[in-house]
Ligand binder design. Structure first.
Ligand SMILES: [Zn+2]
Length: 412
């Protein structure tokens, strides 16, 4: 294993920098090399320049292969206990979602299992899910709480998230999603539960530095926009960033209110209207597209991709990995679905899981593109063209994954 304090040079690379300041598709640099010092990219230079100058360091020959930034999954719920497979079978046998929920299924099924699980059990069950994403090339991963819905259980989930970041070679962005569902103890009293979030859960999470952002589920079956708009300012008062699940199943006008808080991201957006598009554009909020949930729920209404594109709203793509509505530990599947179902180009889709995902996690200064000064998180692919990373599923074309300047070979 290479010492990360040394200079390392990846030579003979075809680099898809995803840097928008480069006019070439995918921000390409052909026949270049990446010079890395420690865990930071020092510079990207043409091979000819390197040959004439000569640079001392450990040399890795990429052999003309494509190099991309590390993939970033900016929206997951991958810490949870239990599973919802039986419900899926019931739904496909004709049992309605309302009936399943009446019998204690749906999100409350996962809440019960997660409350019963220990922190160790949550870490153990989440590890293979995170590992699957890592093996696909994910180097930065967001994980939300939201299946505890008590102060103790939300803190327990977030401690499990923190441990995943300590035990796996991946950067974790941790998000408090206490406002995911109204817990059974508060049925009919969502405002009282929001009081608990404001007065106890957010302060404790901030004090223990267990999350960097606060998320909400703004929907008719969860929290209304006024309740969400109590959570967002409270989060900001504690120095936390804000984001929201908005306009997924109906238009609650959550995006406009969320954008007013200079949110990191607005996620789902199937029912986003023109005012919402304008608000996201004006505030610089990233739109996070989650085509896995759209697909699994067989939704009919797509997010307004053309309008978002025309307004210049950055569009990220993420898995939304969760047991109920998007049980997929594959960022490449999400990128593929974003193209096939939503009409993104492969380049937009790859930007969605790199540059724009970094923006959605407040990390645009360090992650998401390959350029001097960025963190040395990148992937070497055995593909003829970067679109193949998005197009073709089932075969892992990832040859090498470099995380913070350290290589872990994932190829067989
Ligand atoms: Zn979600």
């Amino acid at each position: 294993l290479a010492e990360t304090t040394q200079t390392q040079i990846w030579i003979n690379a075809r680099i898809a920098t995803m840097d928008p300041t480069r006019a070439a598709p995918y921000g390409e640099f052909a026949n270049h090399c990446l010079v890395v010092n420690g865990d930071v990219i020092d510079r990207i230079v043409p091979m000819a320049e390197l040959e004439s100058e000569g640079v001392a360091g450990i040399v890795h020959d990429v052999g003309g292969r494509w190099v991309t930034p590390g993939l970033i999954d900016c929206h997951t719920h991958l810490v949870f206990a239990g599973n919802r497979v039986a419900e899926w079978e019931q739904r496909l046998s004709g049992v309605s979602y309302a009936e399943i929920a009446r019998l204690g299924g749906g999100i409350m099924n996962t809440v019960r299992a997660t409350r019963s699980a220990s922190e160790d059990e949550l870490v153990a069950s989440a590890k293979p899910r995170a590992q699957a994403l890592i093996e696909e090339g994910v180097t930065c991963l967001e994980i939300k709480s939201g299946y505890g819905l008590t102060t103790a259980d939300e803190l327990k989930m977030l401690r499990a998230v923190r441990r995943l970041g300590q035990e796996l070679p991946v950067e974790i962005s941790s998000t408090l999603l206490a406002a995911h569902a109204v817990p059974p103890e508060f049925t009919g009293g969502a405002d009282a539960y929001v009081d608990l979030i404001l007065n106890e859960i957010i302060p404790k999470v901030a004090e223990q530095q267990l999350a960097e952002a606060v998320d909400v589920f703004c929907e008719s079956i969860a929290f209304n926009v006024d309740q969400c708009d109590r959570v967002w300012p409270a989060a900001k008062r504690h120095g936390l960033a804000v984001k929201g699940h908005v306009e997924q199943l109906s238009n609650q006008h959550g995006a406009v209110r969320l954008a007013a808080h200079r949110a990191w991201s607005a996620d789902h957006l199937e029912y986003l209207d023109d005012a919402g598009v304008s608000a996201l554009a004006a505030s610089g909020t990233t739109a996070v597209l989650l085509p896995g949930a759209y697909y699994f729920l067989r939704q009919a209404k797509k997010p307004p991709i053309e309008k978002l594109r025309a307004a210049g709203v950055p569009m990220a793509v993420a898995t939304d990995y969760n047991p109920g509505t998007s049980p997929f530990a594959s960022i490449r599947l999400a990128m593929n679905l974003a193209c096939v179902l939503f009409g993104l180009t492969p380049e937009e889709s790859l930007a969605g899981a790199t540059r724009h995902a970094a923006t959605a996690l407040g990390r645009a200064d360090r992650l998401g593109t390959l350029a001097a000064g960025k963190q040395a998180d990148f992937l070497i692919w055995d593909v003829d063209h970067p679109a193949e990373i998005v197009c073709s599923l089932g075969v892992n074309r990832l040859v090498s994954r470099v995380f913070r300047g350290k290589t872990d070979d994932v190829a067989a």
